[in-house]
Design a protein around this ligand. Structure first.
Ligand code: DX5
Ligand code: ZN
Length: 217
């Protein structure tokens, strides 16, 4: 019951961003999830530190910044300064992941490691001692509104077992295609932080009802 809902603004109405964030906040989301895409690491471009800083001014909620960019080392300073509280970076194509994670921690931010659906879960095992959370992607990153990939549940479970065996109290975040049903599956597998974008901001029943259902999963 005490899981965290992180609202991804990627598919929100950017023309009314302040209203969207305030509504999500009033509905009871715990964090705001900010998807940073560079058109290189993923086939889409989103926004940069300026929008993060804007969100910092709008909301008192923790900002959960998910970097889907080819050269995260170059931008950790900017996103830290912009007000990120949590910064996660992908394990894929990063030859110096220890350095990247150390840099996030050195800025006093919570450091997260992310893995894509096609990446074996074991690939993050060597950095688990350095992170504050692990983000398991349940869609291929780049776009909101995609369908949850159920084969990612086994990875969440394996990761959860590994963390238990090592006695590491690190939460597992899951991102992509979450709704009131898939969030239950993810929770049962061991996740406790749920990123939801279109389910919250494009829900025909409204933000309040969407968040209520997610919180009850
Ligand atoms: C995908 C992003 C997600 C996305 C989630 O690349 O990392 O955070 O915004 O959106 P939904 O909840 O619509 O799948
Ligand atoms: Zn994300």
């Amino acid at each position: 019951m005490n899981h965290i809902i992180s609202a991804s603004i990627l598919n929100s109405d950017f023309g009314n961003l302040e209203r969207e964030i305030k509504n999500a906040e009033k509905a009871g989301v715990n964090w705001i999830h900010l998807d940073i895409m560079d058109g290189h690491f993923v086939p889409n471009i989103s926004f940069g530190p300026q929008i993060v800083s804007l969100c910092k001014n709008i909301s008192h909620l923790p900002l959960d910044v998910h970097l889907m960019i080819s050269d995260p080392d170059q931008f950790i300073h900017d996103f830290s300064e912009a007000g990120a509280d949590y910064i996660s970076v992908h394990i894929e194509n990063n030859p110096n992941i220890h350095r990247t994670l150390q840099s996030i921690s050195a800025y006093g931010k919570h450091a997260g490691i992310v893995l894509n659906p096609g990446t074996p879960v074991e690939s993050v095992f060597s950095v688990l001692h350095m992170v504050d959370y692990v983000l398991v992607m349940s869609v291929n990153p780049g776009f909101g509104g995609q369908e949850f990939l159920p084969e990612t549940l086994i990875k969440i479970k394996r990761l959860s077992n590994e963390l238990n065996e090592r006695n590491l109290q690190i939460p597992i975040e899951v991102d992509g295609g979450l709704n009131q049903d898939t969030a239950i599956d993810a929770r049962i597998s061991g996740a406790s932080i749920f990123v939801a974008g279109s389910y919250i901001f494009k829900n025909p029943n409204g933000i309040k009802e969407a968040v209520r259902l997610l919180k009850n999963t």
